[in-house]
Unconditional design. Structure first.
Length: 297
C-alpha cells in the first residue's frame, strides 16, 4: 500500500519512518530541507510537492502545525487524490478547520478521518502513540492498519470532529491538572511538608492524577519526569498553550463554561510571554511559585 505523508517534523518524521518499517511505501513531503533529508535517509520516497506525495496513494496522512496550514495543504492535496482514497489528519487543529477539511474531502469523494495523537515525540518514535479518531466507521476501519503501525492504542470517538474534540478536552484536563499539582507542591513547600511526603500521600489519595504520578513538576518523587532534567521538554509549554487556546475557542463556539480552562490558558500565556515557551509545560511550577524546582527538593 502506498501512503502519502505530509509534514515530516518532530512527530511526522518518526511516524512516517514507522510506516516504512511496517512495509508501507511512503511518499513524503515537507517544506523544510532538513526534514526531507532525514525522511529520505529513513526510506521515504521524496516528492517535490504535497500534491505529488498524494498522487496515486491509497492513503494520505498529514501532520502539520496548525488548522490554517492543514487546510492549505488539503486544498492542494485533495484534488490530486483518487476518488475513494483515504485522507487522515493527525495534527492537533481547531474544530472549525477540522470540519472544513472533512467537507473538502467529502466533496472530492474521499474518505476522511481526523485523528490527533497523544504520546509526544517519544511515543511517535516508539510507535506507541494513542490515536483519537473522528469520522465514519469505514474511514476508521481503513485507517486501522496505518494507526497500528504508528501507535498502540486507538479509539473511534465518533463522527467527523470527534477526534479533535477528544484531544482538546483531554489536554484541557492536562493543563489544569498540572497547575493544580504545582500549586499543591508550592503550598506544601510553604507549610514545611516534604515533597516526598506530599507525593506519597497524594499519589495514593484522591489527588492522584497523571500530572502528579507520571509527570511530577518537582524533582525527586518521579525520577523520569522533566523536572529532573532542567524541565527540558517533553511537552513544551508553547504546545500546551496552543492546545489550551484551541479549548477556549471550542468552548466559546459551543457555549461551554470552562473557567479553569480559561485561567490555565492565561497562566501559560504568561509563561510564554516570559520567554519560557520552549521549556517543558511542568515548569509552570516555577512560574507559579517563584521557586526554582530544584530548591527545597
Ligand atoms: P513540527 O513543527 O516539528 O512539524 C511540523 C512540520 O510541518 C514541519 O516539519 C514543517 O516544516 C512542516 N510544514 C509546515 N507547513 C508545511 C506545508 N505547507 N507543507 C508541508 N510541510 C509543512 O511539529 P510537531 O511537533 O511534529 O507537531 C505536529 C502536530 O502534532 C501539531 O499539530 C502538534 O500540535 C501535534 N502534536 C505534537 C506533539 C508533540 O509533542 N510535539 C504531541 C501531540 C500532538
Amino acid at each position: 500500500m502506498t501512503v502519502g505523508f505530509i509534514g515530516l517534523g518532530n512527530m511526522g518524521l518518526p511516524m512516517a519512518l514507522n510506516l516504512v518499517k511496517a512495509g508501507f511505501r511512503v511518499q513524503g513531503f515537507d517544506t523544510t530541507l532538513a526534514a526531507r533529508t532525514a525522511a529520505q535517509a529513513g526510506g521515504v520516497t521524496l516528492a517535490a510537492t504535497a500534491a505529488e506525495a498524494a498522487r496515486g496513494a491509497e492513503a494520505v496522512v498529514t501532520m502539520l502545525p496548525s488548522g490554517p496550514i492543514m487546510q492549505l495543504v488539503w486544498v492542494e492535496v485533495v484534488p490530486a487524490m483518487t476518488a475513494g482514497a483515504l485522507i487522515v489528519d493527525c495534527s492537533t487543529v481547531d474544530i472549525d478547520s477540522c470540519h472544513k477539511a472533512h467537507a473538502m474531502a467529502a466533496a472530492a469523494g474521499l474518505v476522511s478521518l481526523d485523528c490527533p495523537v497523544s504520546g509526544g515525540v517519544g511515543g511517535a518514535t516508539a510507535a506507541t502513540l494513542t490515536f483519537m479518531a473522528g469520522g465514519s466507521g469505514e474511514a476508521y476501519a481503513r485507517a486501522e492498519p496505518l494507526l497500528a503501525a504508528m501507535g498502540k492504542a486507538r479509539t473511534h470517538c465518533g463522527e467527523a470532529g470527534a477526534g479533535q474534540a477528544a484531544k482538546i478536552c483531554n489536554n484541557m484536563i492536562l493543563g489544569i491538572s498540572m497547575i493544580a499539582v504545582s500549586e499543591a507542591f508550592g503550598l506544601a513547600d510553604r507549610l514545611g511538608l516534604s515533597r516526598q511526603a506530599m507525593f506519597d500521600v497524594a499519589s495514593k489519595s484522591s489527588g492522584q492524577c497523571w500530572s502528579l504520578t507520571t509527570y511530577c513538576p518537582v524533582p525527586g518523587p518521579v525520577p523520569t519526569s522533566p523536572a529532573n532534567n532542567s524541565y527540558k521538554p517533553g511537552f513544551a509549554a508553547a504546545l500546551m498553550l496552543k492546545d489550551l487556546r484551541l479549548s477556549q475557542a471550542a468552548a466559546t463556539g459551543a457555549g461551554a463554561n470552562t473557567p479553569l480552562g480559561a485561567a490555565a490558558t492565561q497562566l501559560y500565556e504568561a509563561m510564554d510571554k516570559a520567554g519560557q515557551g520552549n521549556r517543558d509545560f511542568s515548569a509552570i511550577f516555577e512560574v507559579l511559585t517563584g521557586v526554582k524546582g530544584s530548591a527545597m527538593a
